[in-house]
Design a binder for this molecule. Structure first.
Ligand SMILES: CSC[C@H]1O[C@@H](n2cnc3c(O)ncnc32)[C@H](O)[C@@H]1O
Ligand SMILES: [Zn+2]
Length: 446
């Protein structure tokens, strides 16, 4: 490019700080991000942008940090309607005695539409631009995400028993294949297979999942080694750890995301590494259900890719990935007995580029680099509770929560402007949520 070359583009965002994620551990001052046709064209010093770019619009963010949108790699979006409905319980009592009966009573297409919108409103408002969902009526969740312009991996549920979405594994697999056919190759929606867990999916069911994965090439996500009890029960029942059973059945591979992994021994790490499977860490859900904790530092040092997720709002109880990062960093340090475990920059990478890698999208998502999709967030650091700012990466992980997000774009399209959602009708959504709360609350009260 010569000094005279002026390039026309759609949007220029000037920010006080830019954390590009790649290259790693960088904080750039007074840089600009240039966006055109949904893609990042350049990330460069503002003085250079003055010389080389003319854009239709320019946004000045003088107290803000720009970074890639966050990737929430595990959740059950519509469960936001069950937020706070059953607290202070261990996983199996929470599921068996509370959540599964409630799901049997209330989950239907409208529940999924309203609950998924509620979850998306919270995620967008707190900096998430891509999420993964594993829940019933995935065709509704996929359409909701596409309508809102949000990126989503939509995992269809697969279990041995009947639910509101199907009569059993055969029907789940048949409907799941329809979901894959409808959405595979879409820019926003990534259909995937979601066998619930080793204790709810038989060998035959998992073989069906593996066959469908081989046929279609989509990703597979499963809850795995969530609790010590899960591993103990499996060992007593079959003499095998669930990870080893998954390896034997062909479930583990580079297209597989193992959610939780709070119980990890050397043989598990060997299976994860050998297969190239990814781990999704959900620290707050794991703490709240007292399930255990994923040893992220150990896995990272061994070379396993670790992404992060909130899990559903019924076990967290929010979908704010910034607060999740704080918990992840604190927990990693506590668990490793090492304050250097999971630094602020490492935590931010886990919620961006490492999430993109688990989705197989590290070529076009997860960092602010020319050629990547313009999935960008701005975080306002001007509040008194964030002063002084020596290191914005530190504040993003250790000091703030997601409500400090002021702007977000997905594919260059504004989703949040000055803290307001642009594409979700919040007052209308609140009416529908209030209606569900009234019905669920009345049922709970007996
Ligand atoms: C097959 S749809 C998803 C299914 O999973 C349940 N669920 C939500 N959170 C968890 C968790 O942390 N571990 C295991 N199962 C979970 C959800 O209620 C649905 O029934
Ligand atoms: Zn989950």
């Amino acid at each position: 490019m010569t000094a005279e070359t002026i390039i026309a583009a759609d949007t220029r965002i000037n920010a006080r700080w830019v954390i590009p994620i790649e290259p790693a551990d960088q904080v750039w001052h007074h840089h600009a991000v240039i966006v055109h046709s949904g893609y990042i064209v350049a990330v460069l010093p503002q003085a250079e942008a003055d010389t080389h770019y003319r854009t239709r619009e320019t946004l000045d963010l003088p107290h803000h940090v720009l970074m890639p949108g966050l990737i929430n790699l595990h959740g059950h979006a519509a469960m936001s309607l069950f937020r706070g409905v059953a607290d202070d319980l261990p996983l199996m009592a929470w599921l068996n005695d509370h959540i599964w009966p409630l799901e049997g009573k209330f989950v239907c297409e409208q529940f999924i539409a309203d609950g998924t919108q509620l979850a998306m409103a919270e995620m967008l408002r707190t900096g998430t631009t891509t999420f993964s969902d594993m829940y019933f009526f995935p065709e509704i969740a996929a359409q909701c995400a596409a309508d809102a312009g949000m990126r989503a991996q939509i995992c269809f549920p697969l279990l041995d028993f009947p639910t509101c979405w199907g009569s059993g594994p055969e029907e789940y697999l048949r409907k799941g294949e329809q979901l894959i056919n409808a959405w595979q190759g879409d820019e926003f929606i990534m259909p995937a297979i979601g066998p619930h867990a080793p204790y709810t999916a038989s060998d035959d069911t998992l073989a069906g999942a593996v066959a469908l994965q081989k046929k279609t090439g989509v990703k597979l996500q499963i809850h795995l080694h969530e609790t010590a009890l899960e591993v103990q029960n499996a060992e007593q029942h079959s003499g095998q750890r669930p990870v080893s059973r998954m390896a034997m059945l062909g479930v583990l591979g580079p297209d597989t995301q193992c959610v939780h992994m709070t119980q990890v021994d050397d043989s598990d790490i060997e299976h994860l590494l050998h297969s190239g499977a990814h781990v999704v860490h959900c620290p707050e859900s794991n703490m709240k259900l007292a399930s255990g904790q994923c040893p992220v530092q150990r896995l990272g040092k061994a070379g396993v890719n670790v992404a992060i997720g909130t899990d559903g709002a019924a076990s967290n109880n929010d979908l704010d990935l910034f607060s999740e990062l704080r918990s992840a960093a604190m927990m990693a340090k506590h668990l490793a007995g090492d304050p250097a475990a999971l630094s602020a920059h490492q935590a931010l990478r886990m919620a961006t580029l490492q999430g993109a890698k688990a989705l197989g999208r590290e070529q076009d998502l997860g960092s602010l680099e020319a050629g990547k999709c313009a999935d960008i967030i701005a975080v306002d650091l001007s509040d008194p509770f964030l002063q002084p700012v020596y290191n914005p990466a530190s504040h993003l992980v250790y000091s703030l929560h997601g409500r400090a997000v002021s702007h977000s774009w997905i594919n260059g399209v504004p989703q949040v402007q000055n803290g307001e959602l642009t594409r979700i009708d919040v007052p209308d959504l609140m009416l529908r949520v209030a209606d569900w709360a009234e019905r669920i609350g009345r049922y709970k009260a007996g």
